[in-house]
Structure formats: C-alpha cells, structure tokens
Design a protein around this ligand. Sequence first.
Ligand code: ADP
Ligand code: MG
Ligand code: MG
Ligand code: MG
Ligand code: MG
Length: 621
Amino acid sequence: MGLLTDGSALSWEETKHYADYVRKHGIIQFINIFNKYKDRQGDPFKWGDEVEFLIVKFNDKDKTAKLCLKGDELLKVLNEKEENDPTGVESLWRPEYASFMIEGTPGKPYDGFFDGLNKIEINMNNRRQEIMKLLEPGEVVMTLTNFPRLGCPNFTEPPTYPTPNVGITKSLFLSDETIANNTRYQTVARNFVDRRGEKVISNIPIYRDVNVARPFKENLSIYGDDGTSEKLTKENHIYMDSIGFGFSCCCLQQTMQAYDLKEAKFIYDQLAPMCGIMLSLTAASPFYRGYMSNVDTRWNILNDIADCRTKEERGITPLKENKFLINKTRYNSISSYLSEQADKYNDIPLTYDDNIFNQLLKNGIDCLLAKHIAYLFIRDPLFLFSEKLNLNDEIATDHFENIQSTNWQTMRFKPPPGNSSSSIGWRVEFRPCELQITDFENAAISCFIILLSRVILAYNLNLLIPISKLDDNMTRAAKRDSIRVEKFWFRKNIMREEEGNDIVDEYAEFTVNEIINGKEGVFIGLMPLIYSYLGNIDIDTETYCKLKKYLEFIQRKASGEIITTASWLRKFVMTHPDYKNDSVISDRINYDLLKKIHDIQTNVDPCPELLGTWRMSKKKL
Ligand code: ADP
Ligand code: MG
Ligand code: MG
Ligand code: MG
Ligand code: MG
C-alpha cells in the first residue's frame, strides 16, 4: 500500500461524521479507476511476497526472550535507502501494527514465475540480513506467526506497562507502546474500540493438558481488572482484549498481477477455495498470552478481534443509528466470487449498500464486482486525516483504499493504483498463509501457490465450490492438527469439462493430503497436475531441482511426513524438561524455544523434522 502518510488524525466522532463523505468519494474514485483501466490488457505476469518480521531480544543471563520495541527506529534507517534509490533497492520496508514488527517485500516484483523462483529465497534471506545488520548484540530478527508470550507480564524490551484505565486500547495485557509509533495504526486501534463502544475481545480455548485447572479460570484482578473483563471471559478459554493480539500476528502474503480485469477475477475466484487448505498446511500459531491453546492458527483470533461492529450491527440492539446487520467482522474469508461463471456458487446472502451498488451499475461496473465493492463499503473508515479529506477524485484513491485496505479478507482484489504512471495492473492477493520459521519454507509456500495459479490458468481448471463451504473450511483449518484430523470441502472434478451436474454433486470432503497429492480413482490431486504442467514446459535442470525441493516439501507436509510448524512448536514445549503439563509457556521455555528457532533460521540447526533433509547440505547463512 506504499509508504503510509502521517497527518492529523480525526477523532472517532469526527471520522464518523465524515464516513458517508469518504464512502461517496471512495466510490467515485473506484469508478474513475475502473473506467480508466477496465479495458487495460496485456500486463505481464509479475508477483511478489510480503513477510512480516518480529524483533526479539535475548537475555542469556536471565534466560529470557522479549519483543524488542525497535520497529520504528529500524524502519527509519531501512527506508532511507529507498528514499535515495526508490527503484534500485533489493527490499522495501513498511511499518506494521506493532512496534516490534516490520514488513519487508522484494524491491521490485518478480518477472514471471521462474524469476521469482530463482530469487525469492535469497531475497527473503537478504531481508533478514538487512535487519540483522542494524541490531545490537542479543537482538535478532525472526519470522514466527505469533510470539508465544505476547501479553504476558514483562514481555517487552524496554519494559512497558499496560494501562487498563487510560490510553488507546485499555488492554489489561498490552501497553499502548506496543503499537507502532504511526498515526494510522494508533488511530485504527483507538477507533476500533470507540466504534464498537467497548473493548474488542477474543476467547480462545486453552489446550486442556492434564494439569490445567478444571475449570480453567483466570483471576484478572491481578492485571487491574475492575470486573468488566471478567464478565467477558469464558471458562477454559484464554482471554485477549486488544486488536494487538490479532494484528501482532505475522503472515505471509503473495500478490500476483493479471493479464487483465477478467483474468484477475478468475484468479481471485479460483484461488479462494485454496485458502482453507493453505491455512491448514501452514498452521503455525498455537500459543497465545503464554498459554498453549487448542487452535493452531491466528485465524480465529483475528476474526474475533477485528470486530468493530456496533451493538446494532451485531444484532444485540435494534438498528437505529446504523444501516446494516453485519454477520462477519472485518477480518474474514471472502463472501462472494467475482466472475460470472462462478456466480452460481455465491450462496451466502451478501449485505451490501444498495445505493452504492446501483451507482456502480449505472457507471458500467458489472453486477458481481459492484456487489463486492458495495459489500466492502458497508464499513466505516477507521482512520481519517484532516489533510487528506479534500482530494481530487480523478487522481487520488485514498478514500477508496481507506475502506478497501481495512477489509482484511482471505483474498484481496486490487485494482491498478489510480495515480501511478500505471506500470501496475489488476492484481490479486492471496492472504491466508501463516508465516513459517525459515526462508526455505516461506519461499516454498509462495512458489507453490504462484505456480498453482499458472497451472489453473494453463489448464483452465475449475476449483469452485459454494462459497459457504469456504467459510466452513477456514473454521476447520484453524483446529488443532487439522491437516491430519480434518477433511475439507473441495471440488471433485477440477478438470473443467464435466459440468452441468447438480452443485451438491460437484464437491466432497477430502483430506489436505488427498487434495494436494491426489487419491487414486477419486481425486486427481493438485501436485500431479503441477508435474504434468512442468513436463510440458522448458526448464533447465538446475531450476527444476530447486523447484522440486519446494514441491516435495509441500507434498510431504500435506502427507504428514513433515509436521506443521504448529505441531512442531507444541512438541517442543511438551517435551521441554520444565513443562508441567499445565499448558503454560514459561519464560524459560519461551527462551529455549526461540533460541532453537533462531538456530534453525540461521541454518545452525537443520531440523529435518520440520524441513525435511534438503537444507542440510547448505552452508551457514
Ligand atoms: P499490501 O500491503 O497492500 O498488500 P504491499 O505494497 O505491502 O501491499 O505489497 C505488495 C506486494 O505486491 C509485494 O509483494 C510486491 O512485490 C508486489 N507487487 C508490486 N507490484 C506488483 C505488480 N505490478 N504485480 C504483482 N505484484 C506486485
Ligand atoms: Mg503490505
Ligand atoms: Mg502486513
Ligand atoms: Mg499485518
Ligand atoms: Mg499485503
């Protein structure tokens, strides 16, 4: 989304006052973009990844590992290079929600699949090194979906203290200093609470190991709770009370450019059924607030915590001030497909703004895209800067992006940026994956999804199933060890020829292994199709070997031969000598775990259990 501009943020009351204004101009801006680019064709296939990094500080004497609140400081230095040489840098750096996070992307998108295949792992590693060079002794950069002791007493360096009665989030566990020193993020955090009218919360089931109290119920008064939070807790659940618990989770995203608008819609639709499958395969976050939970991914937490719906919108009180009853929070899986041929699978009732929808139709936008935009635009802006209110809608896209970028869905449909010299076309972003420990894994996952998009296009595959089933898949994917114990809805015949059956006959439940590797006589499998595609194109041996390592890694992960990051993390904790079967990740366990992770990330520890054996021959990075 480019460098975020700072300015004078308006309060929630002021932002609310301008909400219709922002929507009105956001829609005009979208119409302008659409009309400018609807017939644009021939954009080359380019793609890029995004990785979110954590900064961790080890204290080897006390045996502690803490989150280091250095993101803002690091970003200043990292951004200097870009300012001096915007097109020549190897990586681009952007702020993230938390002051211990930064986001890095390649300096330029990759030119085609193979360019990316050859560059991505090295580029990811260079990003790591670039940050490492700026750190002090004891500090390290990490890729890890969630810091296990996020929100435990004394988890930051320097120490900070939550302020339950004052400040932005009034969390019992996370101080406001853990939010990046960036007006946009601070305003979003504040407006989440102000809009909702109460704290955002998430209750995630605790893993009920033998020594977990029955029932498990925390005494929150020790954190300064006056009884308000206690009422919001649930027995046998881990209680979280700030958007920080969701937005501090790190993820891995891929953006790809399409040939034209039609292809962008096609890729958006076809990759949507992969979201649950990839969430299950990349599951990497079983720990929250120092406890072992009974879920393996960040998904439910983000789902809960990104809930800025008012009581009216949630259906608790009758609609008076608000227009819509809204059944999903802002962080969720997509609710509609965009291509015409996919419309028959749109089986979720969409809440959308009729006036906006009609205005879009009148301006030549097709029904499905119009519904999608009118659906995004049931939301209010979550931040607004006084300097950025009056804009030239012919060139600016800020009001459109304001609403678009605060709808955090599994897939994002990205129109060309209105004001650029237009080297960027229609793009699609794949957003469900959890971040893995090593560059090898993150590169493998990114390459797999990008290559799959090429195979879908080349073979004109059809992965569509009713969209309600995708929601269901996301719920299943978040469960503990879903890759081994759950089945997922998937289309039975993805070769396009066979159509015309009843929709209910078109899909069935499969394991991730069956979907990826195939099941004789039942499902063809995505990997066999990928290999068949590769057999039909020219690749040199070296490139093929590299790709094969990535694909085999995904195959073995799907088959369970290599365990998920989440399972590996659980196993480490449960076999740690200090672990007391109480689902608690103590300071010492956290320290040893993060040390181990650091060793794996720097290739000191080959960890074949997690990675297979391919990396073992590599030199220390
Ligand atoms: P956001 O946070 O909104 O998803 P970012 O700017 O952080 O956007 O990341 C955009 C991603 O898109 C990066 O991986 C980048 O390399 C990639 N990208 C940039 N330009 C193009 C393009 N023309 N086509 C495809 N991908 C692109
Ligand atoms: Mg980004
Ligand atoms: Mg990000
Ligand atoms: Mg983020
Ligand atoms: Mg992104």
